[in-house]
Design a protein. Structure first.
Lengths: 321, 262
């Protein structure tokens, strides 16, 4: 699939010359009775690149996406997509491709005919159907009924549908759901390629590794509120580390604790080991201290939070608030 | 709206054509039963019901009488078709995809209803031909003259009956669309619509004598029959126009205002 990307994707190499961000939300709120699905959300997504929307189930990701697409109306706040107000989706929808939640098609129509109905609806020439089918590697199966497709194939077809308009902004809700590992890699490469081609890809996912691998920037939400917004690197820089110190003999634990205490290193005792938060840089020092005090260490390692740990910590912290 | 119309034609082609085919089959069948005892004069039929006299078949509207008789069944098919087309997009979630393609909801719904109306027109045209062909077979087998069919009065009867059935069928379709929009379920909408059509209004008639004169099903029957002793054709047409407007506007308003959470 990758080989066909550069041929089939639009040739735009630079982001469009415009001052409008791809997405701009200001105090956006959606309430269902007492339930606040999206709570006073303010964020800005600049154009170009792949932006991840992260959040646990029920965080409000799909609600945000639906509001961006004009499928549901906000209870309060404002939003703009490509510079146009979300209350008038027709103004920008011809530049948007989207996959909302699960891929849905008319099961008795072929994959090609499903795309044809959407192409006709959007006023797109039929020739574009062949291009997007090739991009998602469905060319040989396009005349099969969509109802006979595997979930992975439906997902590809949905992505093909999202790309039909050659959109400026592609909004994808869990695009790798149901794909096998090879399919996940292909979709990831496709998203990266699209981002490099100047498109803005706004993709929600619960697969943190995917977000980490594909996205330049990340928006993390929980309970409808913004938890983090920034580059993926900046999110990872929020990761905490700790030094795990395990003496060879459990009897040495109390003595080791006394030595660390005397050296001013904060730690937590946990059974047969000590954990020293944010002390990874002091590993060599701790090793020397132990050696100088005739304590042999069985284990001395640095544990660094990965994206998942950071995500869980951020969202749990938010829940606690 | 032309784009949504064309898109819906592709999407609903198979179901729409099946629906039109059912209309044709119903009409042929009902025409057959209508004329099966046409030469029985004024004598009651085998079940004690009314028989059509041969003069009916020979009259100017003889070749379209089957379509008129089949109108309620055609109405049920239309109600089901509209309900299925509207509700299934909610049931499957394809409504999301459609609105990404055409965010102007009024245009999307307008195109959809126009496409459905096209299938209805095709179905009624086919039904009229099937009814006429069946009537022709009966007339030739009974040596009944069909000379009146092609007179000016005969052609006028075809036009007026065809138009009446078409209007009535579209109103049933709009009722189906509204029920589907409210329930977001094809089966619930069809069940509610057909139950009301076949039973509900009759029950209301038991407690309210004049109900049949102005409730939808009774109005539709009066309209397709060209009026009744209590309600003139013009009055029923006006009432029907009000029902059509109410069903149509309510469907549009619900669709326009509702969040798409499916």
């Amino acid at each position: 699939m990758t080989a066909t990307l550069t041929r089939d994707l639009p040739t735009t190499q630079n982001p469009p010359q415009t001052t409008h961000p791809a997405i701009e939300l200001n105090g956006l709120t959606k309430e269902y009775g007492d339930l606040v699905a999206v709570d006073d959300l303010t964020l800005q997504v600049e154009r170009g690149g792949v932006v991840g929307l992260l959040g646990p189930n029920g965080a409000g990701k799909s609600t945000i996406i639906r509001m961006l697409l004009g499928l549901i109306a906000p209870s309060a706040g404002t939003g703009r997509v490509l510079g146009d107000d979300i209350s008038r989706p027709r103004a920008y929808m011809d530049q948007i491709g989207a996959l909302v939640e699960s891929p849905v098609f008319y099961p008795k129509l072929t994959g090609r005919d499903n795309l044809r109905t959407l192409a006709v609806l959007a006023g797109i020439d039929d020739s574009r159907i062949d291009e997007v089918l090739e991009v998602v590697d469905l060319t040989g199966r396009d005349r099969d009924r969509a109802g006979d497709y595997s979930l992975g194939m439906k997902q590809r077809l949905a992505i093909a549908a999202a790309l039909l308009k050659d959109p400026e902004l592609v909004i994808l809700d869990e695009p790798t759901n149901g794909l096998d590992p090879a399919g996940i890699v292909e979709i990831r490469e496709l998203l990266i390629e699209l981002g490099r081609a100047g498109k803005t890809i706004f993709v929600s996912s619960h697969l943190l590794a995917e977000i980490q691998a594909a996205c330049d920037r990340v928006v993390v939400i929980n309970h409808g509120s913004l938890v983090f917004e920034g580059t993926t690197r900046a999110l990872l820089e929020q990761s905490h580390d700790e030094l795990v110190i395990v003496p060879e003999r459990p009897d040495d634990l109390s003595r080791l604790a006394a030595v660390l205490d005397e050296a001013g290193i904060e730690f937590l005792a946990n059974g047969i080991l000590l954990r020293a938060p944010e002390a990874s840089s002091q590993a060599a020092f701790v090793n020397r201290l132990a050696f100088n005090n005739d304590i042999t260490l069985r284990e001395l390692r640095c544990d660094v939070e990965d994206l998942e740990d950071v995500f869980l910590r951020l969202t749990n912290a938010r829940k606690a608030n | 709206m032309l784009r949504t119309y064309r898109s819906e034609l592709i999407r609903f082609k198979k179901t729409g054509l099946i629906g039109a085919g059912i209309m044709v089959a119903f009409t042929a069948l009902i025409t057959m039963f209508t004329f099966i005892g046409f030469d029985g004069g004024d004598a009651p039929g085998p079940g004690g019901g009314q028989r059509f006299a041969s003069v009916d078949l020979a009259s100017a509207d003889g070749w379209i009488a089957g379509l008129a008789a089949a109108a309620p069944m055609i109405g049920i098919v239309a109600l089901a078709l509209f309900a299925m087309s509207v509700a299934r997009d909610y049931e499957r979630g394809t409504i999301r995809q459609l609105l990404v393609g055409e965010p102007q909801r009024a245009l999307l719904l307008g195109g959809k209803l126009a496409a459905l109306a096209t299938f209805i027109v095709a179905g009624i045209a086919g039904a009229a031909v099937a009814g006429a062909a069946t009537a022709l077979v009966f007339s030739s087998s009974a040596a009944v003259s069909t000379a009146a069919w092609t007179t000016g009065a005969g052609l006028a009867a075809v036009a007026s009956t065809g138009l009446n059935v078409l209007v009535a069928t579209v109103v049933w379709g709009l009722a189906g669309a509204l029920l589907a929009m409210l329930t977001k379920s094809a089966s619930a909408a069809i069940t509610a619509g057909v139950a009301y059509m076949l039973i509900g209004e009759s029950l209301l008639g038991l407690v309210w004598d004049t109900a049949a004169e102005w409730l939808p099903s009774g109005t539709l029957t009066t309209f397709t029959s060209g009026g009744s002793s209590a309600v003139s054709y013009e009055q029923s047409a006006l009432l029907l126009a009000l029902y059509a407007a109410a069903f149509g506007v309510a469907t549009f308003v619900v669709f326009q205002r509702r969040d798409i959470t499916d």
